[in-house]
Design a protein around this ligand. Structure first.
Ligand SMILES: *Cc1c(COP(=O)(O)O)cnc(C)c1O
Length: 403
């Protein structure tokens, strides 16, 4: 006998058995296709979060699924103790596409951030000549780079840090968007500057125009590696393959993840244009699952689909249209509308009573979005969203703000 669980049952079971480290919008999803997801009662929603950009290509994309299924019936994991016949093909493709010289594969985003930090530190000691143990990496306040001990060590979010110390030393924080602060924070021991092109978790915060050009100059002049965390901004989200293209710069080290797995599988990578990754020797870093053939096959397909199906251009054009339409909404509750490509946010005035209630009202109207911090609603649908679908989302948005 099978028992049909009700939404309240899922909630109750999760509450009893699960760690309470998330506070989800109450909806139990069981199916997805493109921009749409369905709950257990068959109600349909337009997904305006896209798993924080892990499913840029749209839910259950047929071609990526076929790549996954095909590879999963052939060979899934060998470990890096042996070679497999997919890794090299992925290496070549991603380096070619992103104009990188070397790549290191990992699984989750934060793991790739850690690997980038390790390799830039090693570059600092072996190439730049920093005294052992003294390497410093500069980061920005309100950053989000993941959840490991070392990465929360340089978070400015007290909730992300509280009770998790002691922390990893070697990081120094400066305000985001302030190139003079970067210049003054650099010392002879500075090996890297780790920064997001657009601060996503902080509420889709764009830097002032020209900031990254100056950052690039300062890093080059001081022999400091510019490490861009493009885990969220990368792979089409902002209307370019990498958000650095908007700034007309090239990072020394780029971290990608999320959409690299096409919504199917955790895949992340460190990309390097310099000698940074070249410093790593056998045994110094690794991951049992990193670079497995299944991950490589999924990632190859995830990249192919992004490019061949014009998803990056769509993010650019439909993203601009979405931003325009959101900006037209007349409501006293809105404080700011901002973003780039399909990485958008609507910030509400504090008097509006918090973004959460609006996200819940949007859910009741068939739109799934999530608040970030108290007053901001992030809108980052799969990159396959159409202008008509945007019109419909904006209608729902307009209604919940008036009601
Ligand atoms: C999501 C995210 C991460 C962490 O990725 P995980 O896969 O959750 O470890 C790091 N940096 C940025 C900018 C992100 O958006």
């Amino acid at each position: 006998m099978t028992v049909q669980l009700q939404p309240k049952d899922f909630r109750a079971i999760e509450a009893i058995f699960g760690a309470h480290n998330y506070d989800p919008i109450d909806v139990v999803l069981s199916r997805g296709e493109g921009v749409w997801v369905w709950d257990t009662d068959g109600n349909r929603y337009l997904d305006c979060l896209a798993a924080y950009s892990a499913v840029n290509q749209g839910h259950c994309h047929t071609k990526i699924r076929e790549a996954l299924v095909e590879q999963s019936s052939r060979l899934t994991i060998t470990s890096r103790a042996f070679r497999n016949d997919v890794l090299a093909l992925f290496y070549e493709e991603i380096c070619d596409l992103t104009n990188s010289r070397k790549v290191l594969m990992a699984n989750s985003g934060v793991e790739a951030v850690e690997a980038a930090i390790k390799s830039v530190r090693k570059w600092g000691y072996r190439v730049k000549g920093v005294e052992d143990g003294a390497a410093e990496i500069i980061v920005c306040s309100n950053n989000f780079h993941g959840r490991t001990i070392s990465v929360v060590s340089f978070s400015s979010d007290s909730v992300a840090r509280r009770d998790f110390g002691p922390f990893t030393p070697g990081f120094r924080s400066i305000p985001f968007g302030d190139s003079e602060a970067l210049e003054s924070a650099i010392t002879p021991n500075t090996v890297g500057f780790l920064v997001e092109p657009i601060q996503g978790e902080a509420g889709v915060i764009l830097p002032p125009g020209g900031y990254f050009k100056k950052v690039r100059e300062i890093c080059t002049a001081n022999n400091v590696m510019l490490i861009l965390d493009e885990i969220q901004t990368g792979l089409g989200r902002t209307g370019r393959l990498l958000a650095e293209e908007h700034e007309e710069i090239e990072a020394d080290v780029t971290v990608v993840g999320k959409a690299l797995g096409g919504g199917f599988y955790p895949v992340s990578a460190v990309l390097s244009n310099t000698e940074v990754l070249g410093t790593l020797q056998p045994g110094e870093h690794g991951s049992t699952f990193g670079g497995n053939p299944l991950a490589c096959a999924v990632a190859r397909s995830a990249l192919t689909v992004l490019v061949e199906e014009d998803m990056i251009e769509n993010a650019d054009t439909v993203g601009k249209y979405f931003l325009d339409r959101l900006s037209e909404i007349q409501s006293d509750s809105i404080r700011d509308v901002r973003g780039r490509g399909l990485m958008l946010a609507v910030e509400l005035r504090p008097e509006a009573g918090g973004a959460r209630i609006y996200c819940e009202r949007l859910r009741d109207r068939g739109v799934l979005a999530k608040e970030t911090h108290t007053n901001t609603i992030r809108l980052s649908p799969p990159l396959v969203i159409t202008a008509d679908q945007v019109d419909w989302v904006v209608e729902q948005f307009d209604s919940v703000l008036q009601g």
